[in-house]
Design a protein around this ligand. Structure first.
Ligand SMILES: NC(=O)c1ccc[n+]([C@@H]2O[C@H](COP(=O)([O-])OP(=O)(O)OC[C@H]3O[C@@H](n4cnc5c(N)ncnc54)[C@H](O)[C@@H]3O)[C@@H](O)[C@H]2O)c1
Length: 429
């Protein structure tokens, strides 16, 4: 099928690459000229495992192309995906500027029957608003169908998640559109749930809100563990063995971050408020998440309380491993607080150093994890990149000024590490 994807970010690019790989002709269109220029020159603007190979392969056989010519891209396509950003507005609700602009672009370029697919995460009612805008602004009586098809990929495993997702949600009313969408996704062999548009939109927010709740829940349990002397890793294991609960998202740590959970959780709370309802659980989830990053920062500060001109080494900056995404990353809060107190910060992230430099040019960025340990009074693990778990801890201890670790991701074994002479503080253990 001929497909156009408006918005070439994490979702648009990964979706485009995968749809091209299963045989479709995909045009990725974006208003960001720099991004498109890089993509046309073979440079992938984001880090995502497997993405570069997939794009190279399909660029080579012309299955995927990149353009800033939005009009032409829509013109040449049967299915138009909207995958533009929906950042949070000041009041927490989703800012729909980009989505509504995309709808106007589609209206201006509608030249034959098309299926318009809202893939961006949009509040309940937005897909129908897109339909209204296209209907009001199109310059002919050509028909179109509208579909809500929210995306569930996770950064860091986007390609795998698209090819091996748990479900595909199709919210639509038009049987023709439903059939075509089913046909498009057929090669992936993933269960498809067809529902109405409003329910499809809410499925996305409810899913992210539930996962964020699991994270805040286990962090609360971790804080109780610290009070009563239990071990949250053991507690989570025991809880997760119950199939009704499951182990996923039961890892205590510094709380959730990234471009999705914080904004989607805020947005569903805002949607509820706009409809005169207080979503009490989710309000508490947000509060717990904020407190968790504060608690970690306090743990770091407590270890350097008596040290004059202390240095803190931070391992990991991205909001999670295998991505360079720093949006709403807990590291940003920690760094800001340390800078405020005039503390020297040395940081290392396998991929996100360059992006972090744009936000905090004033701290030192290291070439590897050991450089970040050098002369540090405290080392804090902020992101659980796999390479940190296999560090040579004897080397780490010998490089540090004071052997103290705040492990915000519980990657080390407390007994082993304290046995090596570290002052070790983790989460809920
Ligand atoms: N990132 C994720 O992990 C993830 C997962 C699931 C769903 N989502 C949702 O998918 C949507 C996109 O997220 P993202 O992380 O890919 O965003 P992003 O910010 O990485 O990319 C959005 C892109 O859209 C482009 N754009 C804006 N207006 C445009 C227009 N009128 N025409 C063409 N391009 C335009 C921007 O230049 C940018 O390149 C959001 O609603 C997000 O909530 C994201």
């Amino acid at each position: 099928m001929d497909i156009c994807i408006l918005g070439t970010g994490y979702v648009g690019l990964a979706t485009g690459a995968c749809l091209a790989d299963i045989g479709n002709n995909v045009i990725c269109a974006d208003i960001d000229e720099g991004k498109i220029m890089h993509l046309n020159n073979g440079r992938i603007p984001i880090y995502e495992p497997g993405l570069e190979d997939l794009i190279r392969k399909n660029q080579g056989n012309n299955k995927i192309t990149f353009t800033t010519d939005i009009h032409k891209a829509i013109h040449n396509s049967k299915i138009v995906f909207i995958a533009v950003g929906t950042p949070p507005d000041k009041d927490g609700s989703a800012d729909l500027t980009f989505v509504l602009q995309a709808a106007r672009d589609i209206a201006a370029s509608l030249n034959d029957y098309k299926i318009i697919v809202a893939k961006s995460t949009v509040p309940v009612g937005t897909t129908n608003k897109i339909k209204e805008i296209i209907t009001q602004n199109k310059k002919n009586d050509i028909s179109f169908s509208i579909v809500s098809n929210p995306e569930f990929l996770k950064e860091g495993s986007a390609i795998k998640d698209i090819f091996e997702g748990d479900r595909i949600i199709i919210g639509a009313e038009d049987p023709k559109a439903i059939e075509l969408m089913k046909k498009l996704y057929e090669p992936l062999n993933i269960p498809i749930h067809v529902t109405d548009i409003v329910s499809a939109e809410l499925i996305k927010y409810a899913s992210n809100a539930f996962l964020a709740t699991k994270i805040s829940f286990i962090n609360e349990i971790a804080n109780i563990c610290e009070k009563v002397g239990a071990d949250v890793v053991e507690v989570a294991k025991g809880m997760g063995m119950d199939k009704r609960i499951g182990l996923d998202f039961l890892k205590a740590g510094i709380g959730y971050g990234g471009s999705c959970f914080p904004k989607d959780v805020k947005a569903i709370a805002a949607t509820a408020r706009q409809h005169g309802y207080k979503f009490r659980i989710i309000e508490a989830v947000m509060e717990v998440n904020q407190i968790q990053r504060e608690r970690i920062t306090e743990k770091i500060l407590a270890l350097i309380d008596t040290i004059e001109k202390p240095t803190v080494g931070l391992l990991g900056l991205a909001f999670k491993p295998n991505t360079d995404d720093l949006r709403e990353a807990p590291s940003l809060y920690v760094i800001e607080k340390l800078i405020e107190k005039g503390i020297t910060v040395k940081a290392y992230d396998p991929i996100a150093n360059e992006k972090a430099k744009e936000i905090f040019p004033q701290i030192e960025y290291c070439q590897n994890a050991y450089d970040a340990c050098k002369d540090a009074d405290v080392l804090s693990i902020i992101t659980d990149w796999e390479e940190f778990a296999s560090l040579d801890l004897n080397k780490v201890r010998s490089l540090m000024k004071t052997p103290a670790i705040v492990d915000a991701r519980n990657i080390f074994e407390p007994e082993q590490i304290t046995g090596m002479g570290f002052n070790y503080v983790s989460v809920g253990r």
